[in-house]
Design a protein around this ligand. Structure first.
Ligand code: SF4
Ligand code: SF4
Length: 99
């Protein structure tokens, strides 16, 4: 009987996330894609981005300045009137030539 109780109290293995940040939290990365052909350069995405990582290029079109700082909040995507933005989970590249 005693051995049965002992086996029930066995420790479960601790699950660990694949990638950890400095505080131990899981760090997720995102990629932001702009479809410039649909963009009318209204500037809403630049205004709404809480990280201020969207800026206008020399033609006034939005570009990401530091993709690693994107939190994936999707404010830019949600406020674009022309559906010209797509925010996606970053998938690890398998080859240097992968886009
Ligand atoms: S998802 Fe959020 S943090 Fe990332 S670019 Fe868009 S508004 Fe900025
Ligand atoms: S919110 Fe959409 S249409 Fe406006 S500048 Fe950004 S990508 Fe272009």
């Amino acid at each position: 009987m005693a051995s049965k109780t002992a086996s029930r109290k066995k420790k479960q293995p601790v699950r660990r996330s694949k990638e950890k940040g400095t505080a131990g939290a899981e760090v997720k990365k995102f990629d932001v894609h702009f479809f410039h052909a649909w963009c009318k350069q209204c500037g809403l995405c630049m205004a709404f981005c809480p990280r201020k990582i969207i800026q206008a290029d020399q033609n006034g079109l939005p570009v990401i300045t530091d993709a690693d700082r994107c939190t994936g909040c999707r404010f830019c995507e949600a406020h674009c009137p022309d559906f010209a933005i797509s925010v996606d989970d970053r998938v690890p590249r398998r080859r240097k030539t992968d886009e």
